[in-house]
Design a protein around this ligand. Structure first.
Ligand code: PDD
Length: 284
């Protein structure tokens, strides 16, 4: 079955879906995006993703072409047309098509909205076959990583470097040697002191929707937790490292820069949070 995309009001075969070469997303990366995980017809952490979308738009002065309710209708219609109930929904909104000039076009042009969906398997029942290897790399990104911008060249280069090393994620660290986040995920550690940590939100990390949802699970599990930055040394010495995102759910990192993390198997805390995550998915 041919995949169907949504492009500025039209549903069309993906093979025919294209953007204008003067689209500012294409020219400048002047746009924002969201990735949702749809599970059995429902969008996971939907309210969080819509709130972040709105925030990203506000932060770069981009008007949303339609409200949340209409956007929801489009997403579900696109899932229906693609016969995808469980998969990834990609949404991209750019400042639209205009003669190349760095400053915003005046008068403003219509923002360009593009959506695609693709199937993704349901998460496995246990973590035994759900883990990844990561490398560590200097964070070369800009000063507003809290905006989910389509400007992803440093993230792309980091993920490619990981791939070259046989790993799946790159964990980034700043000039002070503190971990920021993964190239496309939030990073968590369980230290030698058994405390679970993830960095607090600031302009150097994306406010992960999965991260926010998992924080409720952390509280429900009564875990010893601190929302604070941790160093590369703490990462390397951690008992457990795991990442969260809409595409990786809760995923243990069992190998870091070629060395085992803990006993090189998914840890207890990640397993408990993964079980909570799965239960939440199933409850809807
Ligand atoms: N990335 N940090 C970065 C830099 C990310 O790109 C992502 C998600 C996250 C986790 O956010 P969330 O839990 O809301 O998915 C953190 C998506 C999945 C992507 O770019 O494909």
């Amino acid at each position: 079955m041919a995949r169907i995309a949504y492009v500025n009001g039209l549903y069309m075969p993906l093979a025919r879906a294209s953007v204008n070469i003067e689209d500012r997303g294409y020219l400048f990366g002047d746009g924002i995006y969201e990735v949702f995980y749809a599970y059995r017809g429902r969008l996971t952490d939907e309210a969080l993703h819509f709130a972040r979308l709105k925030r990203s738009c506000n932060e770069i002065g981009l008007a949303t072409p339609m409200g949340q309710a209409a956007l929801r209708v489009v997403i579900h219609e696109l899932m229906r047309r693609n016969r995808v109930e469980t998969g990834l929904v990609y949404l991209q909104l750019t400042r639209g098509v205009a003669k190349r000039d760095h400053a915003f076009p005046t008068p403003a042009v219509r923002p360009a909205l593009v959506l695609t969906v693709r199937p993704k398997p349901e998460p496995p029942e246990t973590l035994s076959c759900w883990s990844a290897a990561a490398i560590t790399l200097a964070d070369l990104r800009w000063g507003r990583c809290d905006i989910k911008s389509t400007n992803l060249l440093p993230n792309v280069l980091a993920r490619e470097a990981a791939k070259q090393e046989g790993a799946q994620e790159a964990i980034l660290f700043d000039e002070q040697g503190m971990v920021t986040e993964g190239a496309a995920s939030s990073v968590w550690i369980v230290g030698a002191d058994n405390v679970l940590r993830t960095r607090g939100l600031d302009q150097h990390v994306l406010p992960g929707c999965t991260r926010t949802a998992v924080l409720d699970d952390v509280a429900a599990e009564g875990l010893d937790f601190r929302e604070e930055a941790f160093s590369l040394a703490a990462l390397r010495g951690a008992r457990e490292v795991f990442i969260t995102s809409a595409t990786s759910f809760v995923k243990p990192i069992t190998k870091l820069d070629g060395l085992p993390v803990g006993n090189a198997a998914p840890g207890l805390i990640a397993s408990r949070l993964y079980a909570r995550y799965l239960a939440r998915l199933k409850e809807g």
